[in-house]
Write a protein that binds this ligand. Structure first.
Ligand SMILES: [Zn+2]
Length: 270
């Protein structure tokens, strides 16, 4: 580990250490139930396979990639980043997600994908750079659209094959190269439900780094078609009334914000 990193960290800087699961769970010290401060980096030095600064120009947060032995320490537990807003507030959740993506940028780009030479941090940008061939790799931000489709006071919700039991949400999917966001919204809703939409209107956006999505939310109106699941990603899709909603996504998600926005409009309450 680079000792200069911990020495340069600010007093309120955090040290976000992630395990190797796809979820990217973050380390919390069991004794004090906190994210360790960057100043405590020294204690974890021998347990990390890599670490580095989240940014060269802000508060000094650090990321660390945990080796398998760290999970065996009884004074440390790894928790899902999805739990952080409830445990420590939204600001710390957001910082942890930035740290997670900066960790992935580094540990997944040790070597150049074009020529195989070792890569290093870019001198100026948040990027990895190959000094042999000039290849520059930026953090992955996968653009995705999420769409709340309305019809006569009802909302279109689908059940994704990966959802918890009984969970439904508004439909979503990744943007394809060359598409506008609105085109992606129309295509994804049609592919997953066979519903054609119109009046696609921008709602808002949200980074969703599980592992690297950038979500763009839209409202839209039904134009034609009966909800029919694709049976591949979506196992059920149907119209829901405000008074008979199923198990919904958590409040931190833009999908829930879209649903709550619709509820406020059609029912006057959340
Ligand atoms: Zn190269």
């Amino acid at each position: 580990m680079n000792s200069e990193i911990s020495e340069s960290a600010g007093a309120d800087a955090m040290f976000f250490i992630f395990d190797t699961t796809p979820e990217g769970r973050v380390l919390v010290t069991a004794s004090r139930a906190t994210i360790p401060s960057a100043a405590e980096a020294e204690e974890f030095r021998d347990y990390l396979t890599a670490c580095g600064p989240v940014s060269k120009c802000d508060g000094g947060d650090m990321w660390g990639a945990a080796g398998p032995i760290l999970a065996q320490r009884e004074d440390c537990v790894f928790v899902s980043r999805r739990e952080l807003p409830g445990m420590f507030g939204h600001n710390l959740f957001k910082r942890s997600c930035t740290a997670y993506q900066m960790m992935n940028l580094t540990v997944k780009n040790k070597f150049c994908g074009a020529c195989g030479a070792p890569m290093r941090d870019h001198a100026a940008d948040r990027a990895r750079f190959c000094p042999e061939c000039g290849n520059t790799v930026y953090p992955v931000l996968a653009a995705a659209v999420i769409v709340a489709v309305e019809k006569d006071g009802m909302l279109l919700l689908g059940r994704n094959v990966n959802f918890p039991p009984d969970r439904y949400s508004v439909l979503a999917g990744f943007v394809e190269p060359g598409e506008t966001l609105e085109e992606a919204a129309r295509r994804e809703v049609y592919e997953e439900s066979r519903v054609v939409i119109k009046n696609v209107r921008y709602f808002g956006n949200q980074p969703w780094p599980f592992p690297n999505s950038m979500m763009f939310g839209f409202n839209a109106d039904w134009e034609s078609g009966e909800p029919t699941p694709d049976e591949h990603e979506i196992t059920d899709v149907r119209w829901f009334e405000p008074t008979s909603l199923p198990n919904l996504p958590p409040p931190i998600s833009i999908s829930r914000k879209l649903i709550n926005g619709w509820l406020e409009r059609v029912a006057g309450h959340i």
